[in-house]
Design a protein around this ligand. Structure first.
Ligand code: NAP
Length: 277
């Protein structure tokens, strides 16, 4: 994935973006909102700080707050990249309309199948999302928690490749095979729980590398993702954390540091295991 400045010469971090297969630009950093505290006010603070991608879902309970903050923001709607999700038990098309009703918005920018159904790869759900995109309810569609085989299955069944696969992803839990597969096919990996839900922030390697750049362990984790070409979605409820997490565009990890971080991989998961591995 190519990381580019949408406007050369600007120092605004939010203009750093990845290109999706269609050429759509997606902000290099997103705000996660699962268990977000502070509701619309927190999202408004994030928008004010320069966040331009927000990740939500019907089952997070944060859609009304996200929608309110976006509707009331002075940031133009087209400058905000909104991600939401449909559940594996739903009809993809109807569920997309339902999400938009709850958000109070005309369209999303990316709608994901939250997780694969117990059997198959969710081909009919995917057909529903294709229809939603054709009708302008979303610009892009993708999947979440999919294995390599499931990404391929949904693609070959419909001829439409997901724009992204949103999966748990950190130096402690990632997959070289998944990274290669997605890079080769121009599928962006979106990294959820990129801060390991705080569980590994005290790792000495993060501290050592961070100290060398006057950065925190959280900033090192976020920067590792961006340099790898994967799209981190850290969740933060406090202004302090929001400010810290977006201050990652003024330093660069060396190749050696990137390798050290990637070498921490132990297929670690802060949740119920790496769904894709
Ligand atoms: P995370 O982003 O790895 O960690 C969130 C935790 O880190 C919160 O406790 C937060 O505290 C804390 N934090 C934030 N910035 C910090 C900093 N600079 N220093 C220290 N602590 C910091 O975990 P996550 O929420 O599981 O994942 C991120 C997002 O990914 C979710 O919110 C959601 O949008 C998405 N997600 C998607 C799926 C899926 O199945 N597709 C699954 C899980 C998550 P405060 O809130 O107190 O600031």
């Amino acid at each position: 994935m190519r990381l580019c400045d949408a406007q050369a010469g600007t120092t605004c971090p939010t203009l750093q973006a990845f290109s999706l297969a269609t050429g759509t630009q997606i902000p290099a950093l997103g705000l996660g909102t699962w268990e977000l505290r502070g509701g619309a006010q927190t999202v408004s603070i994030a928008l004010g700080l320069g966040y331009r991608q927000i990740d939500t879902s019907g089952d997070y309970g944060t859609q009304p707050a996200v929608g309110k903050a976006i509707r009331e923001s002075r940031v133009p709607r087209d400058d905000i990249f909104l991600v939401t999700k449909v559940e594996e038990t739903e009809d993809g098309y109807e569920a997309t309309k339902d999400r938009l009703r709850e958000l109070g918005l005309e369209r999303a920018d990316l709608v994901l199948i939250h997780r694969p159904p117990p059997t198959g790869a969710g081909e009919s759900l995917w057909e529903g999302l294709i229809r939603a995109r054709q009708e302008g309810l979303t610009r892009e569609i993708g999947v979440s928690n999919y294995s390599i085989e499931q990404v391929d299955a949904v693609t070959s069944a419909t001829g439409e490749r997901p724009a992204v696969n949103q999966i748990e992803w950190s130096p402690f839990g990632h997959s070289a095979a998944m990274l290669r597969h997605c890079r080769d096919r121009n599928v962006l990996i979106q990294a959820y729980s990129p801060l390991t839900r705080t569980e590994r922030l005290d790792d000495p390697v993060l501290t050592e590398i961070g100290d060398g750049h006057a950065k925190t362990p959280a900033q090192v984790l976020i920067r590792w993702n961006i340099q790898l070409g994967t799209n981190p979605l850290p969740k933060a409820s406090t202004r302090e954390h929001l400010e810290e997490n977006i201050a990652v565009f003024d330093f660069e990890l060396s190749d050696n540091e990137m390798d050290r971080l990637s070498g921490l991989n132990e297929r670690y998961s802060a949740l119920a295991g790496l769904a894709y591995a």
